[in-house]
Design a protein. Structure first.
Length: 317
């Protein structure tokens, strides 16, 4: 079982990405090797360097003691496996129960299907609900979701990429062994960052001093107060290489708390939400390489977004 994914994530890193990266390139994906090597034709190659540095950075990955991350989610989508929706995943639970002892099940509403488009009488057909199996760690910091269409791991307390990958290894390997998905249609990695100037001791700083002009261009005008901007967020979809892309939402806003009776926080914070994905049919044996590639892209995006002043406030280790 451990040879499916556990060793592939670990070995992909431990072997210097050499063997796994070579397989990855042969299958049509972009090699991840600290971004020192590029495939010909990649939009990230050095010929586009001057444009790239405005939004991307090749600075080495850092650990921030005052990290703005509030949630990290990894999701892998696969062709529907109907037995997950109709049969309790008892064998799957037993394999991961030591790490995820809490279990709950909910029924998620499925989007309706529209038939007869282009005809005089199109119809909207309601679909049966989707069973979402939830497995939660004892400390409630880690949650694993399994449906007929995807498996996902999320955490509200991100300890770093190596530990996150370790937490994913066993559930993903078990899932592949038990359910044998044909391939992964989408491999996704999402990082939700919320920056608080008060928490970082930057109350007097403007957002334009803390983030790249790629995300704060309208606020670069020093004579225009920030509170004049009622909405200054941007939503971008970026092509990262031949098979990867990122949807980025960036901008100031007030974070609402949905829990009843909880007082609202009036502070304007900066949201930087990166949703990276690799599409196409990724073989199960290459899922680890896909995640390593997405994680590498996320580092370049994040470091390209923040300024040195913000890095210092986050206390890079």
């Amino acid at each position: 079982m451990r040879g499916l994914i556990v060793t592939s994530i670990a070995q992909f890193r431990a072997e210097g990405n050499q063997k796994a990266a070579c397989i990855f390139v042969k299958k049509g994906y972009t090699k991840y090797n600290r971004y020192k090597t590029r495939r010909r034709g990649s939009p990230c190659q050095s010929g586009a360097g001057k444009r790239e540095m405005r939004m991307f950075s090749n600075q080495p990955r850092k650990f921030y003691r005052r990290s703005p991350l509030i949630e990290v989610i990894c999701q892998l989508r696969f062709p529907s496996i109907l037995t997950i929706n109709s049969v309790e995943p008892a064998d799957f639970q037993e394999a991961i129960r030591a790490e995820f002892p809490q279990y709950a099940r909910r029924q998620d509403a499925a989007p309706p299907r529209i038939t007869g488009l282009g005809s005089p009488n199109p119809k909207v057909e309601q679909q049966p609900p989707v069973t979402n199996h939830n497995f939660v760690s004892e400390d409630n910091q880690w949650k694993l979701n399994l449906t007929k269409d995807f498996i996902a791991l999320s955490t509200l307390h991100y300890p770093g990429w190596e530990e996150f990958a370790r937490q994913l290894d066993k559930p993903l390997a078990t899932f592949i062994q038990l359910y044998k998905p044909a391939y992964f249609q989408r491999v996704g990695l999402r990082y939700v960052n919320i920056f608080s100037r008060a928490r970082l001791g930057l109350e007097g700083a403007r957002w334009a001093e803390l983030f790249s002009p790629a995300y704060t261009a309208p606020m670069q005008e020093a004579e225009l107060p920030e509170d004049r901007f009622l909405n200054c967020a941007c939503d971008l979809t970026l092509k990262l290489d031949s098979s990867c892309q990122a949807k980025v939402h960036a901008g100031p806003g007030v974070v609402k708390r949905n829990a009843p009776g909880v007082p609202q926080d009036p502070e304007v914070k900066f949201i930087f939400d990166m949703d990276l994905s690799m599409t196409g049919n990724t073989p199960c044996t290459l899922a680890a390489g896909a995640l390593e590639t997405l994680h590498g892209h996320s580092t370049r995006l994040f470091e390209g977004a923040v300024t040195d002043r913000l890095r210092d406030a986050m206390e890079a280790g």
